[in-house]
Design a protein around this ligand. Structure first.
Ligand SMILES: C[S@@+](CC[C@H](N)C(=O)[O-])C[C@H]1O[C@@H](n2cnc3c(N)ncnc32)[C@H](O)[C@@H]1O
Ligand code: SF4
Length: 463
Protein backbone atom coordinates (compact mmCIF):
# COMPACT_ATOMS: atom_id res chain seq x y z
CA UNK A 1 0.00 0.00 0.00
CA UNK A 2 0.93 3.64 -0.23
CA UNK A 3 3.62 4.36 2.39
CA UNK A 4 2.79 8.03 2.54
CA UNK A 5 -0.82 7.26 3.32
CA UNK A 6 -0.96 9.37 6.45
CA UNK A 7 0.51 12.53 5.04
CA UNK A 8 -1.79 15.49 4.89
CA UNK A 9 -1.25 18.97 3.53
CA UNK A 10 -3.86 21.64 4.27
CA UNK A 11 -3.80 24.01 1.31
CA UNK A 12 -6.20 26.75 2.41
CA UNK A 13 -6.26 28.51 -0.96
CA UNK A 14 -7.19 25.29 -2.75
CA UNK A 15 -9.85 24.39 -0.20
CA UNK A 16 -11.37 27.87 -0.39
CA UNK A 17 -11.55 27.68 -4.18
CA UNK A 18 -12.66 24.07 -4.71
CA UNK A 19 -14.88 23.42 -1.69
CA UNK A 20 -18.41 22.51 -2.74
CA UNK A 21 -21.46 20.84 -1.23
CA UNK A 22 -21.18 17.07 -1.06
CA UNK A 23 -22.26 13.85 0.66
CA UNK A 24 -20.21 12.00 3.30
CA UNK A 25 -20.44 8.65 1.46
CA UNK A 26 -21.20 6.42 4.43
CA UNK A 27 -23.13 4.60 1.69
CA UNK A 28 -23.19 4.66 -2.10
CA UNK A 29 -25.75 5.33 -3.46
CA UNK A 30 -26.43 7.90 -0.73
CA UNK A 31 -29.58 7.52 1.41
CA UNK A 32 -31.47 10.22 -0.51
CA UNK A 33 -31.54 7.80 -3.47
CA UNK A 34 -33.44 5.14 -1.51
CA UNK A 35 -36.99 4.70 -2.83
CA UNK A 36 -40.33 3.62 -1.39
CA UNK A 37 -40.75 0.77 -3.90
CA UNK A 38 -38.29 -1.14 -1.72
CA UNK A 39 -40.37 -2.27 1.26
CA UNK A 40 -40.50 -4.91 4.00
CA UNK A 41 -41.33 -7.63 1.45
CA UNK A 42 -38.33 -6.72 -0.70
CA UNK A 43 -36.14 -6.80 2.43
CA UNK A 44 -37.45 -10.25 3.38
CA UNK A 45 -36.67 -11.61 -0.10
CA UNK A 46 -33.05 -10.47 0.17
CA UNK A 47 -32.68 -11.93 3.67
CA UNK A 48 -34.05 -15.23 2.29
CA UNK A 49 -31.33 -15.11 -0.40
CA UNK A 50 -28.70 -14.45 2.25
CA UNK A 51 -29.98 -17.43 4.20
CA UNK A 52 -29.93 -19.63 1.11
CA UNK A 53 -26.33 -18.70 0.37
CA UNK A 54 -25.15 -19.37 3.93
CA UNK A 55 -24.83 -15.71 4.96
CA UNK A 56 -21.75 -14.59 6.87
CA UNK A 57 -20.99 -12.63 10.02
CA UNK A 58 -23.24 -9.69 10.80
CA UNK A 59 -22.99 -6.14 11.96
CA UNK A 60 -25.83 -4.77 14.11
CA UNK A 61 -26.83 -1.11 14.42
CA UNK A 62 -29.29 0.04 17.06
CA UNK A 63 -30.68 3.56 16.97
CA UNK A 64 -31.87 5.16 20.23
CA UNK A 65 -33.47 8.46 19.24
CA UNK A 66 -34.06 10.18 22.60
CA UNK A 67 -32.15 13.10 24.13
CA UNK A 68 -32.88 15.06 27.32
CA UNK A 69 -32.15 18.46 25.86
CA UNK A 70 -31.67 19.93 22.42
CA UNK A 71 -28.27 20.96 21.07
CA UNK A 72 -29.11 23.64 18.52
CA UNK A 73 -26.53 22.51 15.95
CA UNK A 74 -27.69 18.89 15.90
CA UNK A 75 -28.38 17.20 12.56
CA UNK A 76 -28.99 13.70 13.96
CA UNK A 77 -32.36 11.92 13.95
CA UNK A 78 -33.55 12.52 17.50
CA UNK A 79 -36.56 13.08 19.76
CA UNK A 80 -36.15 15.54 22.64
CA UNK A 81 -37.98 14.51 25.79
CA UNK A 82 -37.57 14.43 29.56
CA UNK A 83 -40.15 11.66 29.86
CA UNK A 84 -38.18 8.54 30.85
CA UNK A 85 -41.15 6.24 30.18
CA UNK A 86 -40.66 6.86 26.44
CA UNK A 87 -37.62 4.61 26.37
CA UNK A 88 -39.46 1.72 28.06
CA UNK A 89 -42.05 1.79 25.28
CA UNK A 90 -39.32 2.11 22.64
CA UNK A 91 -37.36 -0.85 24.02
CA UNK A 92 -40.50 -3.03 23.82
CA UNK A 93 -40.77 -2.29 20.10
CA UNK A 94 -37.04 -2.63 19.54
CA UNK A 95 -37.05 -6.10 21.07
CA UNK A 96 -40.00 -7.10 18.94
CA UNK A 97 -38.18 -5.91 15.82
CA UNK A 98 -35.03 -7.77 16.92
CA UNK A 99 -36.95 -11.02 17.40
CA UNK A 100 -38.60 -10.66 13.97
CA UNK A 101 -35.25 -10.00 12.31
CA UNK A 102 -33.57 -12.87 14.14
CA UNK A 103 -36.27 -15.29 13.03
CA UNK A 104 -35.92 -14.13 9.45
CA UNK A 105 -32.12 -14.40 9.49
CA UNK A 106 -32.17 -17.88 10.99
CA UNK A 107 -30.48 -19.33 14.07
CA UNK A 108 -26.79 -19.14 15.00
CA UNK A 109 -25.98 -15.75 13.46
CA UNK A 110 -22.55 -14.40 14.40
CA UNK A 111 -22.06 -10.72 15.31
CA UNK A 112 -18.72 -9.08 14.54
CA UNK A 113 -19.81 -5.52 15.04
CA UNK A 114 -22.37 -3.73 17.17
CA UNK A 115 -23.03 -0.02 17.30
CA UNK A 116 -25.47 1.90 19.48
CA UNK A 117 -26.09 5.35 18.04
CA UNK A 118 -28.52 8.17 18.46
CA UNK A 119 -29.82 10.44 19.74
CA UNK A 120 -28.37 9.42 23.03
CA UNK A 121 -28.12 5.66 23.66
CA UNK A 122 -27.64 6.20 27.40
CA UNK A 123 -31.07 7.79 27.58
CA UNK A 124 -31.97 4.13 28.29
CA UNK A 125 -31.86 3.20 31.97
CA UNK A 126 -29.26 0.67 33.11
CA UNK A 127 -32.00 -1.96 33.29
CA UNK A 128 -33.09 -1.20 29.74
CA UNK A 129 -29.49 -1.48 28.52
CA UNK A 130 -29.25 -4.87 30.26
CA UNK A 131 -32.50 -5.93 28.63
CA UNK A 132 -31.40 -4.99 25.11
CA UNK A 133 -27.97 -6.60 25.56
CA UNK A 134 -29.56 -9.79 26.94
CA UNK A 135 -31.82 -9.95 23.88
CA UNK A 136 -28.79 -9.53 21.59
CA UNK A 137 -27.01 -12.35 23.44
CA UNK A 138 -30.11 -14.52 23.06
CA UNK A 139 -30.48 -14.00 19.32
CA UNK A 140 -26.85 -13.61 18.17
CA UNK A 141 -23.36 -14.90 18.97
CA UNK A 142 -21.00 -11.99 19.68
CA UNK A 143 -17.46 -12.96 18.61
CA UNK A 144 -14.81 -12.27 21.31
CA UNK A 145 -12.68 -9.82 19.26
CA UNK A 146 -15.61 -7.88 17.72
CA UNK A 147 -16.01 -4.09 17.45
CA UNK A 148 -18.73 -3.17 19.94
CA UNK A 149 -19.23 0.57 20.20
CA UNK A 150 -21.57 3.13 21.71
CA UNK A 151 -22.01 6.91 21.46
CA UNK A 152 -21.91 8.64 24.83
CA UNK A 153 -23.06 12.09 25.88
CA UNK A 154 -21.07 12.60 29.13
CA UNK A 155 -23.70 14.83 30.71
CA UNK A 156 -25.59 12.75 33.27
CA UNK A 157 -23.88 9.42 32.55
CA UNK A 158 -22.64 7.75 35.72
CA UNK A 159 -19.46 5.74 36.13
CA UNK A 160 -21.71 2.78 36.99
CA UNK A 161 -23.33 2.96 33.54
CA UNK A 162 -19.90 2.95 31.90
CA UNK A 163 -18.98 -0.10 34.01
CA UNK A 164 -22.22 -1.79 32.96
CA UNK A 165 -21.48 -1.11 29.30
CA UNK A 166 -18.05 -2.69 29.72
CA UNK A 167 -19.55 -5.74 31.45
CA UNK A 168 -22.20 -6.23 28.76
CA UNK A 169 -19.58 -6.37 26.03
CA UNK A 170 -18.93 -2.85 24.70
CA UNK A 171 -15.25 -2.22 24.02
CA UNK A 172 -15.28 1.10 22.15
CA UNK A 173 -16.79 4.40 23.11
CA UNK A 174 -17.23 7.69 21.29
CA UNK A 175 -17.84 10.75 23.41
CA UNK A 176 -19.59 13.91 22.22
CA UNK A 177 -17.67 17.03 23.33
CA UNK A 178 -17.89 19.58 20.45
CA UNK A 179 -16.11 22.47 22.25
CA UNK A 180 -15.22 23.23 25.90
CA UNK A 181 -15.53 27.00 25.33
CA UNK A 182 -18.33 28.28 27.58
CA UNK A 183 -19.52 30.94 25.14
CA UNK A 184 -19.87 28.32 22.41
CA UNK A 185 -21.64 25.94 24.79
CA UNK A 186 -24.17 28.64 25.69
CA UNK A 187 -24.76 29.52 22.04
CA UNK A 188 -25.55 25.89 21.14
CA UNK A 189 -27.43 25.00 24.36
CA UNK A 190 -25.01 22.31 25.43
CA UNK A 191 -23.38 23.00 28.76
CA UNK A 192 -20.84 20.29 29.47
CA UNK A 193 -17.94 20.66 31.86
CA UNK A 194 -14.46 19.46 31.15
CA UNK A 195 -14.60 17.45 34.39
CA UNK A 196 -17.58 15.34 33.29
CA UNK A 197 -15.86 14.57 30.00
CA UNK A 198 -12.56 13.60 31.64
CA UNK A 199 -14.43 11.49 34.18
CA UNK A 200 -16.05 9.45 31.39
CA UNK A 201 -12.73 8.97 29.59
CA UNK A 202 -11.19 7.73 32.86
CA UNK A 203 -14.17 5.44 33.52
CA UNK A 204 -13.91 3.96 30.02
CA UNK A 205 -10.21 3.23 30.56
CA UNK A 206 -10.83 1.75 34.03
CA UNK A 207 -13.43 -0.57 32.53
CA UNK A 208 -11.20 -1.96 29.82
CA UNK A 209 -12.53 -0.11 26.77
CA UNK A 210 -10.10 -0.69 23.91
CA UNK A 211 -10.65 2.59 22.19
CA UNK A 212 -11.86 6.03 23.27
CA UNK A 213 -12.91 8.46 20.57
CA UNK A 214 -13.83 12.14 20.95
CA UNK A 215 -16.21 14.16 18.73
CA UNK A 216 -15.45 17.84 18.23
CA UNK A 217 -17.12 20.30 15.87
CA UNK A 218 -15.55 23.34 14.26
CA UNK A 219 -17.55 26.21 12.81
CA UNK A 220 -19.93 26.53 15.77
CA UNK A 221 -21.28 29.96 16.81
CA UNK A 222 -18.96 32.11 18.97
CA UNK A 223 -16.05 29.81 18.20
CA UNK A 224 -12.61 31.42 18.11
CA UNK A 225 -9.13 30.25 17.23
CA UNK A 226 -7.98 30.67 20.84
CA UNK A 227 -11.03 28.98 22.38
CA UNK A 228 -10.98 25.96 20.07
CA UNK A 229 -7.19 25.81 20.43
CA UNK A 230 -7.63 25.49 24.21
CA UNK A 231 -10.24 22.74 23.72
CA UNK A 232 -7.84 20.84 21.47
CA UNK A 233 -4.97 21.19 23.95
CA UNK A 234 -7.09 19.78 26.76
CA UNK A 235 -8.42 16.95 24.63
CA UNK A 236 -4.93 16.04 23.41
CA UNK A 237 -3.80 15.99 27.05
CA UNK A 238 -6.60 13.48 27.78
CA UNK A 239 -4.96 11.25 25.16
CA UNK A 240 -7.94 9.74 23.24
CA UNK A 241 -7.19 6.98 20.72
CA UNK A 242 -9.29 8.62 18.02
CA UNK A 243 -10.76 12.04 17.25
CA UNK A 244 -13.43 13.24 14.88
CA UNK A 245 -13.36 16.90 13.97
CA UNK A 246 -16.67 17.54 12.23
CA UNK A 247 -17.42 20.58 10.19
CA UNK A 248 -20.57 22.27 11.49
CA UNK A 249 -23.11 22.06 8.71
CA UNK A 250 -25.47 25.04 9.09
CA UNK A 251 -28.57 24.13 7.11
CA UNK A 252 -31.47 25.71 9.04
CA UNK A 253 -34.00 25.00 6.29
CA UNK A 254 -33.32 21.28 6.72
CA UNK A 255 -32.71 21.15 10.49
CA UNK A 256 -35.25 23.27 12.40
CA UNK A 257 -33.27 23.56 15.70
CA UNK A 258 -30.44 25.29 13.82
CA UNK A 259 -32.76 28.29 13.39
CA UNK A 260 -32.01 29.06 17.02
CA UNK A 261 -28.39 29.73 16.12
CA UNK A 262 -27.73 33.38 15.33
CA UNK A 263 -26.04 33.53 11.94
CA UNK A 264 -24.04 36.59 12.99
CA UNK A 265 -22.37 34.45 15.67
CA UNK A 266 -21.02 31.93 13.13
CA UNK A 267 -17.30 32.18 12.33
CA UNK A 268 -16.48 33.46 8.84
CA UNK A 269 -15.35 31.05 6.12
CA UNK A 270 -11.77 32.27 6.57
CA UNK A 271 -11.98 31.78 10.34
CA UNK A 272 -13.27 28.23 9.86
CA UNK A 273 -10.36 27.42 7.57
CA UNK A 274 -7.92 28.89 10.11
CA UNK A 275 -9.50 26.78 12.86
CA UNK A 276 -9.32 23.67 10.68
CA UNK A 277 -5.71 24.28 9.78
CA UNK A 278 -4.81 24.85 13.45
CA UNK A 279 -6.63 21.64 14.41
CA UNK A 280 -4.74 19.60 11.83
CA UNK A 281 -1.43 21.11 12.94
CA UNK A 282 -2.08 20.48 16.62
CA UNK A 283 -3.24 16.91 16.05
CA UNK A 284 -0.48 15.89 13.68
CA UNK A 285 2.00 17.67 15.97
CA UNK A 286 0.71 15.52 18.83
CA UNK A 287 1.33 12.37 16.76
CA UNK A 288 -2.16 11.66 15.43
CA UNK A 289 -2.48 10.49 11.83
CA UNK A 290 -5.17 11.54 9.40
CA UNK A 291 -7.42 8.61 8.52
CA UNK A 292 -9.69 10.45 6.11
CA UNK A 293 -12.76 12.70 6.10
CA UNK A 294 -13.00 14.08 9.65
CA UNK A 295 -11.08 11.32 11.42
CA UNK A 296 -7.73 11.17 13.19
CA UNK A 297 -6.19 8.30 15.17
CA UNK A 298 -3.02 7.41 17.01
CA UNK A 299 -0.56 5.57 14.74
CA UNK A 300 -0.92 2.41 16.87
CA UNK A 301 -4.74 2.53 16.85
CA UNK A 302 -6.19 -0.29 14.78
CA UNK A 303 -7.78 2.14 12.28
CA UNK A 304 -4.38 3.56 11.44
CA UNK A 305 -2.84 0.08 11.35
CA UNK A 306 -5.64 -1.18 9.07
CA UNK A 307 -5.13 1.78 6.77
CA UNK A 308 -1.40 1.06 6.48
CA UNK A 309 -2.21 -2.56 5.66
CA UNK A 310 -4.85 -1.64 3.06
CA UNK A 311 -7.58 -3.21 5.21
CA UNK A 312 -9.67 -0.18 6.13
CA UNK A 313 -13.40 -0.04 5.35
CA UNK A 314 -16.11 2.57 5.48
CA UNK A 315 -19.71 2.04 6.55
CA UNK A 316 -22.58 3.92 8.17
CA UNK A 317 -20.60 4.32 11.39
CA UNK A 318 -17.64 5.83 9.55
CA UNK A 319 -14.32 3.98 9.26
CA UNK A 320 -13.97 0.38 10.42
CA UNK A 321 -11.40 -2.42 10.45
CA UNK A 322 -14.01 -5.07 9.69
CA UNK A 323 -14.66 -6.24 6.18
CA UNK A 324 -18.05 -5.47 4.75
CA UNK A 325 -20.60 -7.49 6.71
CA UNK A 326 -24.32 -7.48 6.13
CA UNK A 327 -25.72 -4.85 8.48
CA UNK A 328 -28.95 -5.41 10.37
CA UNK A 329 -30.40 -2.11 11.54
CA UNK A 330 -32.93 -1.77 14.33
CA UNK A 331 -34.85 1.25 15.53
CA UNK A 332 -36.41 4.32 14.06
CA UNK A 333 -34.60 5.71 10.96
CA UNK A 334 -31.91 2.99 11.11
CA UNK A 335 -30.29 1.97 7.82
CA UNK A 336 -29.30 -1.63 7.04
CA UNK A 337 -27.41 -3.38 4.26
CA UNK A 338 -28.06 -6.95 3.11
CA UNK A 339 -26.45 -8.37 -0.03
CA UNK A 340 -26.58 -5.74 -2.78
CA UNK A 341 -29.29 -3.71 -0.98
CA UNK A 342 -29.73 -0.89 1.50
CA UNK A 343 -32.92 -0.48 3.49
CA UNK A 344 -34.15 2.31 5.75
CA UNK A 345 -36.66 2.17 8.60
CA UNK A 346 -39.47 4.68 9.15
CA UNK A 347 -38.13 7.98 10.41
CA UNK A 348 -41.03 8.86 12.74
CA UNK A 349 -41.75 6.94 15.96
CA UNK A 350 -45.46 6.68 15.25
CA UNK A 351 -45.01 5.00 11.87
CA UNK A 352 -42.27 2.78 13.25
CA UNK A 353 -44.55 1.62 16.09
CA UNK A 354 -47.56 1.21 13.76
CA UNK A 355 -45.67 -1.14 11.44
CA UNK A 356 -44.52 -3.31 14.33
CA UNK A 357 -48.08 -3.33 15.76
CA UNK A 358 -49.16 -4.79 12.41
CA UNK A 359 -46.40 -7.41 12.84
CA UNK A 360 -44.54 -5.94 9.87
CA UNK A 361 -40.89 -4.98 9.69
CA UNK A 362 -40.73 -1.16 9.76
CA UNK A 363 -38.84 -0.88 6.45
CA UNK A 364 -39.88 2.31 4.66
CA UNK A 365 -37.51 2.58 1.71
CA UNK A 366 -34.39 1.13 0.15
CA UNK A 367 -32.45 0.37 -3.00
CA UNK A 368 -31.10 -2.65 -4.87
CA UNK A 369 -27.67 -1.81 -6.27
CA UNK A 370 -27.01 -2.66 -9.90
CA UNK A 371 -23.61 -3.63 -11.32
CA UNK A 372 -22.69 -0.01 -12.03
CA UNK A 373 -23.59 1.03 -8.45
CA UNK A 374 -21.37 -1.76 -7.11
CA UNK A 375 -18.36 -0.63 -9.15
CA UNK A 376 -18.80 2.98 -8.13
CA UNK A 377 -19.31 2.04 -4.49
CA UNK A 378 -16.02 0.17 -4.47
CA UNK A 379 -14.21 3.06 -6.13
CA UNK A 380 -15.54 5.52 -3.55
CA UNK A 381 -14.57 3.10 -0.73
CA UNK A 382 -11.03 2.76 -2.07
CA UNK A 383 -10.58 6.51 -2.40
CA UNK A 384 -12.09 7.30 1.02
CA UNK A 385 -10.10 4.62 2.85
CA UNK A 386 -6.78 4.49 1.00
CA UNK A 387 -6.60 7.61 -1.17
CA UNK A 388 -5.72 5.51 -4.19
CA UNK A 389 -7.10 2.87 -6.50
CA UNK A 390 -5.65 0.23 -8.73
CA UNK A 391 -7.44 0.29 -12.10
CA UNK A 392 -6.47 -3.24 -13.30
CA UNK A 393 -7.93 -4.67 -10.07
CA UNK A 394 -11.30 -3.13 -11.04
CA UNK A 395 -10.99 -4.49 -14.58
CA UNK A 396 -10.50 -7.98 -13.17
CA UNK A 397 -13.15 -7.81 -10.47
CA UNK A 398 -15.92 -6.18 -12.48
CA UNK A 399 -15.00 -7.29 -16.03
CA UNK A 400 -14.71 -3.75 -17.35
CA UNK A 401 -12.09 -1.66 -19.10
CA UNK A 402 -11.66 1.07 -16.49
CA UNK A 403 -10.34 3.71 -18.88
CA UNK A 404 -13.21 3.45 -21.35
CA UNK A 405 -15.89 2.84 -18.71
CA UNK A 406 -14.86 5.94 -16.78
CA UNK A 407 -13.66 8.10 -19.69
CA UNK A 408 -15.87 11.07 -18.70
CA UNK A 409 -14.91 10.81 -15.04
CA UNK A 410 -11.20 10.65 -15.86
CA UNK A 411 -11.51 13.75 -18.04
CA UNK A 412 -12.97 15.54 -15.04
CA UNK A 413 -10.24 14.20 -12.78
CA UNK A 414 -7.65 15.75 -15.09
CA UNK A 415 -8.81 19.15 -13.86
CA UNK A 416 -8.09 18.04 -10.29
CA UNK A 417 -4.76 16.64 -11.46
CA UNK A 418 -3.83 20.09 -12.82
CA UNK A 419 -4.74 21.53 -9.40
CA UNK A 420 -2.40 19.02 -7.76
CA UNK A 421 -5.09 17.04 -5.93
CA UNK A 422 -4.26 13.71 -7.53
CA UNK A 423 -1.96 11.86 -9.90
CA UNK A 424 -3.32 9.82 -12.80
CA UNK A 425 -1.33 7.02 -14.38
CA UNK A 426 -2.36 4.14 -16.65
CA UNK A 427 -2.46 1.88 -13.60
CA UNK A 428 -3.55 4.02 -10.70
CA UNK A 429 -5.34 7.04 -9.34
CA UNK A 430 -3.45 8.42 -6.34
CA UNK A 431 -4.73 11.29 -4.20
CA UNK A 432 -1.89 13.60 -3.15
CA UNK A 433 -1.43 14.86 0.44
CA UNK A 434 -3.09 18.16 -0.49
CA UNK A 435 -5.99 16.38 -2.21
CA UNK A 436 -6.88 14.41 0.90
CA UNK A 437 -8.89 17.11 2.60
CA UNK A 438 -10.95 17.35 -0.59
CA UNK A 439 -11.51 13.62 -0.95
CA UNK A 440 -15.30 14.09 -1.06
CA UNK A 441 -14.97 16.33 -4.12
CA UNK A 442 -12.94 13.63 -5.84
CA UNK A 443 -15.43 10.89 -4.93
CA UNK A 444 -18.30 13.05 -6.23
CA UNK A 445 -16.86 12.70 -9.74
CA UNK A 446 -17.76 8.98 -9.60
CA UNK A 447 -21.26 9.56 -8.18
CA UNK A 448 -23.57 8.84 -11.12
CA UNK A 449 -26.60 10.26 -9.34
CA UNK A 450 -25.04 13.70 -8.96
CA UNK A 451 -24.82 13.92 -12.75
CA UNK A 452 -28.59 13.88 -12.96
CA UNK A 453 -29.10 16.38 -10.16
CA UNK A 454 -28.84 20.07 -10.89
CA UNK A 455 -28.22 21.36 -7.38
CA UNK A 456 -26.37 19.96 -4.38
CA UNK A 457 -28.03 22.25 -1.86
CA UNK A 458 -29.18 19.44 0.38
CA UNK A 459 -25.59 18.55 1.26
CA UNK A 460 -23.28 20.41 3.55
CA UNK A 461 -20.02 21.90 2.38
CA UNK A 462 -17.08 19.53 2.18
CA UNK A 463 -15.01 21.69 4.54
C1 LIG B 1 -25.55 11.38 17.80
S1 LIG B 1 -24.33 12.49 18.24
C2 LIG B 1 -23.42 11.78 19.60
C3 LIG B 1 -24.04 11.19 20.78
C4 LIG B 1 -24.62 12.07 21.84
N1 LIG B 1 -25.97 12.38 21.51
C5 LIG B 1 -23.87 13.35 22.08
O1 LIG B 1 -24.32 14.37 21.60
O2 LIG B 1 -22.85 13.32 22.77
C6 LIG B 1 -23.05 12.24 17.07
C7 LIG B 1 -22.13 13.41 16.78
O3 LIG B 1 -22.56 14.04 15.59
C8 LIG B 1 -21.96 15.33 15.54
N2 LIG B 1 -22.94 16.28 14.98
C9 LIG B 1 -24.23 16.39 15.28
N3 LIG B 1 -24.81 17.38 14.55
C10 LIG B 1 -23.83 17.90 13.75
C11 LIG B 1 -23.79 18.94 12.77
N4 LIG B 1 -24.87 19.65 12.47
N5 LIG B 1 -22.63 19.19 12.15
C12 LIG B 1 -21.52 18.47 12.46
N6 LIG B 1 -21.49 17.49 13.37
C13 LIG B 1 -22.64 17.20 14.02
C14 LIG B 1 -21.55 15.68 16.95
O4 LIG B 1 -20.15 15.77 17.04
C15 LIG B 1 -22.06 14.53 17.77
O5 LIG B 1 -21.23 14.23 18.85
S1 SF4 C 1 -25.82 16.30 19.71
FE1 SF4 C 1 -26.35 14.43 20.78
S2 SF4 C 1 -27.37 15.15 22.67
FE2 SF4 C 1 -27.32 16.87 21.32
S3 SF4 C 1 -29.34 16.84 20.34
FE3 SF4 C 1 -27.86 15.77 18.97
S4 SF4 C 1 -28.01 13.65 19.47
FE4 SF4 C 1 -28.97 14.80 21.15
Amino acid sequence: MNNAVNQLVVDLELIRRLDKNGPRYTSYPTADRFAKDFNADSYKRWVAQRRASGGGPLSLYIHIPFCNTLCFYCACNKVITKDRSKSAEYVRYLLKEMAMQAELLGPGQTLEQLHFGGGTPTFLSDDEIREVMAAIAKHFKMVPDGEYSIEIDPRKVSDDTIALLGQTGFNRISIGVQDFDEEVQKAVNRIQSEEETLRIIAAARANGFKSVSIDLIYGLPKQTLEGFGRTLDRIIAANPDRLSIYNYAHMPTLFMPQRRIHEEDLPSGQMKLDILSMAVNKLTGAGYVYIGMDHFAKPEDELAVAQRQGMLHRNFQGYSTHADCDLVALGVSAIGKVGPTYSGNFRELEQYYDALDRNELPVMRGIVLDHDDMIRREIIQALMCHFELDKPAFDREFKIDFDSYFATEQDELREYEREGLLELSPQRIVVTPKGRMLIRNICMVFDKYLRTRTEHARYSKVI
